[in-house]
Design a protein around this ligand. Sequence first.
Ligand code: BG6
Ligand code: MG
Length: 216
Amino acid sequence: MIKGVIFDLDGVIVSTDDLHFEAWQFIANQEGIPFDRTINHQLRGVSRMESLEIILSRASKVYSNDEKQSLATQKNEFYVRLLDQLSEADILPGVKETIRLLKQQNIKIAIGSSSKNARKILKKIGLLDSFDAIIDGNDITYSKPHPEVFIKAGQALGLKPEQCAVVEDAEAGILAAKNAKMFAIGIGPASLSKMADKTLLGINELLVGQAFLDNK
Ligand code: BG6
Ligand code: MG
């Protein structure tokens, strides 16, 4: 029986994809490295440093650790400036209603995100106080598909893995949920995932009541 739902943040609660894209594009242009939306898509759910490694794998020169650190810092400074434009209007359709519905049903809710900017983003969109637990990139050593973020979120809710469902838009996140032995719900791009236990086109489909909880 599901007693808690752990939400990924980027691409599930709020769409920050274009902002990450813009910030990485700035770095890639500056360094003369090819970068496009297909490559950006591979960065979903992946930590900042691992994302940088994916981008640099197309570079013609080898970067030192100091140079990599500096590029990651530059990307984040650019990205954080873009985050300033976020507001409640950027919450994805169905999110607020879903949160309300789950709370009414006494289902605990958490954020399980790879982002170190998760709290900043939640504050900007006015949802910082809406979750029972927030585990983000600052709390973990290993990035998705490692299950650490979801295991810690489940523990923070006081629940066993089999009592938790995860909502994810990234394949790495679906794998992380399965590695955590949790029920994995794929939405958006992850609605195509073969590994997901259930796929939905958007979070608003969770609203079709108890559906996914009853089906379990
Ligand atoms: C994930 C995003 O939520 O957070 C990734 O899907 C991003 O694209 C990762 O790289 C890390 O984000 P941040 O904000 O710590 O750079
Ligand atoms: Mg995501």
